[in-house]
Design a protein around this ligand. Structure first.
Ligand SMILES: [Zn+2]
Ligand SMILES: [Zn+2]
Length: 278
């Protein structure tokens, strides 16, 4: 893994000074190198708990449904894990006390803590490495908050994320790609936490903390070399095979810059062909 990290490092940008309002301007973070990760006795998607579950919650438009399906596929490739999409749960299982209409904006919202504690945890399958719910409904996490993009309980290995504020995927191809990219980026980031990965402070990386939509849009989908080493080690995945699968996924879904970056990463890891002798 050390060799992989060294070969990939030149492709990645070190994290610069935080911009005003950025996560690292607001919060002190210790970071976590690959070696520190190995020492922290991480939660691993191995043994009995290997499956990543995706739980659709509530209604989706056809386009949103496509994003849910693609997110499930993507997570499987990103974490080298089997993914199962569970049977839909209707929003009617959320009681009135865990719903509201935002007092000034009028958005219909559901309470994240209810989803985590009362919907997902009691239904967590024994073989689940993690279970994430995706919903098109807006979310709020409780008193004092306007809304939240998503929330996870890392120890309980459950999380819920909303497509509501990820853009309007039905509007155009460009909007669809933006919504897809935002959804897969958040899902990949949060699943990383569930496997004991801390926020990255070394590079521009999918595991960087973000304090706003603007900041998370700036972050790449790809993992930096240190975080990549953690995932490949934790999931026993070959980095080249992983990059190939992700490049194919991104290419197929018209995420061109992301596909190009994975291709560059493959090139950096492949041994150079021996020079032709005359
Ligand atoms: Zn995070
Ligand atoms: Zn990183």
């Amino acid at each position: 893994m050390r060799e992989v990290i060294a070969k990939l490092a030149p492709l990645h940008r070190k994290l610069g000074k935080p911009q005003p309002g950025d996560w690292l301007e607001r919060f002190q973070e210790p970071g976590q190198t690959f070696e520190e990760y190995l020492k922290c006795d991480p939660v691993l998607p191995r043994g009995r708990r290997r499956i990543l579950y995706v739980q659709p919650l509530g209604e989706f438009t056809e386009t949103q449904r496509k994003i849910v399906t693609l997110t499930a596929e993507f997570l499987g490739l990103y974490y080298g894990a089997a993914v199962k999409v569970r049977k839909d749960l209707p929003l009617s299982i959320i009681p009135a006390e865990a719903r509201r209409v935002h007092p000034t904006w009028g958005d219909k919202q559901i309470l994240t803590t209810y989803v985590l504690d009362k919907v997902l945890r009691p239904r967590l399958p024994a073989d689940a490495a993690a279970c994430i719910a995706l919903t098109a409904s807006d979310l709020w996490p409780g008193k004092g908050w306007n809304f939240v993009f998503g929330q996870a309980s890392l120890v309980q290995r459950v999380g819920v994320w909303s497509l509501y504020r990820n853009g309007e995927p039905d509007k155009s191809g460009r909007d669809f790609r933006l919504c897809l990219l935002r959804t897969i980026k958040t899902a990949a980031h949060e699943i990383g936490h569930m496997f004991s990965m801390r926020h990255c402070i070394a590079y521009e990386c999918c595991l960087c903390g973000s304090n706003s939509r603007r900041e998370s849009d700036r972050r790449p989908l790809a993992l930096c070399p240190e975080c990549l080493a953690k995932v490949c080690w934790a999931t026993r995945t070959d980095p080249i095979a992983r990059f190939e699968a992700l490049s194919k996924f991104c290419g197929k879904n018209d995420l061109k810059p992301e596909a190009r970056f994975y291709d560059k990463s493959i090139k950096a890891l492949r041994p150079a062909r021996p020079a032709q002798t005359p």
